[in-house]
Design a binder for this molecule. Sequence first.
Ligand SMILES: Cc1cc2nc3c(=O)[nH]c(=O)nc-3n(C[C@H](O)[C@H](O)[C@H](O)COP(=O)(O)OP(=O)(O)OC[C@H]3O[C@@H](n4cnc5c(N)ncnc54)[C@H](O)[C@@H]3O)c2cc1C
Length: 329
Amino acid sequence: MAWQRPMKSWVKAMNASAIARLQSDGPCSAFLMTMWRPRFFCPAGDAVLASVVLEALKEQVQQLGGPAAYVESPVVSIDRAKKTVTTEDGKTIAYSKLVLAGGIWSNQILSLMGLPLLPLVTSVEQQTYYATPEGTEELFSAGKLPVVLEHNPSPEPEMKRRGGYMIPHVSNGVDGVKFGMHRQGPLMDHEDFPMVPGAFAAAQRYFACAGTRAERLWSQRWPEEEDSHLREETDAFARRILPDLSIEKSELTMRCPYDQHLYADEDFVVGVHPEDPDIIVVCGFAGEGFKFGPAIGEMAATLVTGGSFAVPESVQRFRLNRPSLLLLS
Ligand SMILES: Cc1cc2nc3c(=O)[nH]c(=O)nc-3n(C[C@H](O)[C@H](O)[C@H](O)COP(=O)(O)OP(=O)(O)OC[C@H]3O[C@@H](n4cnc5c(N)ncnc54)[C@H](O)[C@@H]3O)c2cc1C
């Protein structure tokens, strides 16, 4: 598979002027000269439409597993003694191994199963699609602009990292250039997203959003409205990367949940649950999970079936029982 090739054939470490030369006729070449160090360029990088990918995956599941393999009804109970899953429409499905890929609902589902929760915290982030000036879509499209992912320093040295990203205009997607900040949204203090003891205090100490949002850190309801703090951050980011793009006019602003975690690292959470060897948990992607879907799926399949892992070190790095930043009194 393409993504199993050594990383060096896909990603080049380059200095800023070399990257800027590749995009010398593009509207963000001046910004590319100023990027944070180190800089990596992936010539194969591009944007994909998630909705199209999800439909294709659904078709694959149905083709390979038959119509019964894809169930839309929510899971309402899981009996670990009998090894069954029951859905809202009354179906009971037996399992030998169960992969739980519940995103921001992972702790809710673990609690349903009577298993200890993980140090997960849900945040609600935001993306803004800034309108391209009339007749200039092509200039701001993927043919002219790279996707930019920027890792920013933490507001306090002990805090986790934050970042921002820009995705060029994609002709069959939402109009405009997409900007978002990583891990700067409010955190959810809500029963739908249960947290382990110590997570509340640890999030206030270790999450970068605590250093930038001050009293606007926690939200007790799902925020639907535009977040002014995040809008200011993406406005500043857009102004810096693409000064020719007007930040006044946006095509769309979306809110988007992230499943963040309080492990003492920035890795994903993929492994066997320490209290039940038949449960494999896959979560903690903090807004970066989609692009790693095939690799994570393969890792989960290997955890179920056995065999050798494509990236052996991921087993230790992503395991569930690793050191956390929880503050226990
Ligand atoms: C707007 C937006 C933009 C993003 N852009 C990017 C990007 O550019 N690149 C990138 O890599 N990542 C991106 N992400 C992040 C990426 O989408 C996530 O990291 C990824 O989807 C996580 O996958 P997951 O399977 O862990 O969780 P999810 O995709 O959240 O899947 C969890 C699933 O569990 C289901 N579920 C929950 N409870 C139950 C229940 N009781 N019964 C049955 N099902 C249940 C949910 O319905 C959901 O389908 C973005 C996220 C958002 C919201």
